[in-house]
Design a protein around this ligand. Structure first.
Ligand code: 5RP
Length: 234
């Protein structure tokens, strides 16, 4: 039997991938939902002659896109992107996001910020009443003296744990850094929290994506997709 979450992810990913037009530069996010978008983009490239170049946000996405025959470039080369398609771990009613479950948050944020439009693809379980309701906030930190950085993050009201891999060793991002996964209580001023995190020496980036999403595609188990536009009444 098909997993309803997978069906939702696939539906959202395909709907967003169908928005891509020819002769565009597209940011390619990271994760299992994006994997469905890559497949749809490759299918359109083959069947319709869709012409685009992709900027991957992780080594994993670069590998999968290359396997599918998608032409890649770098953000340095592209400069500015028409569109980025990426997943999320949580989406709140204002379309603020938590991202970084796949550890690619820093590159994802740089790529999304370089895009004219940022399309987010999720299954319905990612919609939450407030950020932190179901997922911890990933924070990429330099390995150097990371326990000191972790203490400063905790002093900001965010208890956290170092992410480890299956081997028990610290998880390393594509940038060679560590990830702290922080418990995020309901916060009134998310922008102030993000600004506070940004001032901690050793913090590279946090997984708060505030006011960045232009559109969220929410895939349902039955294959239907609902689109939520930024700024539209809830
Ligand atoms: C990776 C991310 C992903 O977009 C997020 O974790 C969602 O992943 P998935 O599509 O596998 O549920 O932020 O850093």
């Amino acid at each position: 039997m098909t997993d309803p979450r997978q069906s939702g992810k696939r539906a959202a990913a395909r709907a967003a991938a169908d928005e891509v037009r020819s002769h565009t530069k597209i940011g390619l996010g990271t994760g299992s939902t994006v994997a469905f978008a890559l497949e749809r983009l490759a299918e359109r490239q083959r069947d319709e002659g869709l012409a685009f170049v992709g900027v991957p946000t992780s080594e994993a996405t670069a590998k999968r896109a290359t396997e599918l025959g998608i032409t890649l470039t770098t953000l340095e080369e592209a400069g500015k992107l028409d569109l980025t398609i990426d997943g999320a771990d949580e989406v709140d009613p204002a379309l603020h996001l938590v991202k970084g479950g796949g550890g690619a948050l820093t590159r994802e944020k740089i790529v999304a910020a370089a895009s004219d439009r940022f399309l987010v693809i999720v299954d319905g379980t990612k919609l939450v009443p407030h950020l932190g309701a179901t997922f911890r906030l990933p924070i990429e930190v330099l390995p150097f003296a990371w326990p000191v950085t972790a203490r400063h993050v905790e002093e900001l009201g965010l208890p956290n744990v170092l992410r480890t891999g299956a081997d028990g060793e610290p998880y390393r991002t594509d940038n060679g850094n560590f990830i702290l996964d922080a418990t995020l209580p309901p916060v009134e001023d998310l922008a102030a929290l993000e600004a506070g995190l940004d001032t901690i020496p050793g913090v590279v980036e946090c997984g708060l994506f505030l006011g960045m999403a232009d559109r969220v595609y929410v895939g349902e188990a039955n294959g239907a997709t609902r689109v939520i536009e930024a700024g539209a009444p809830a």
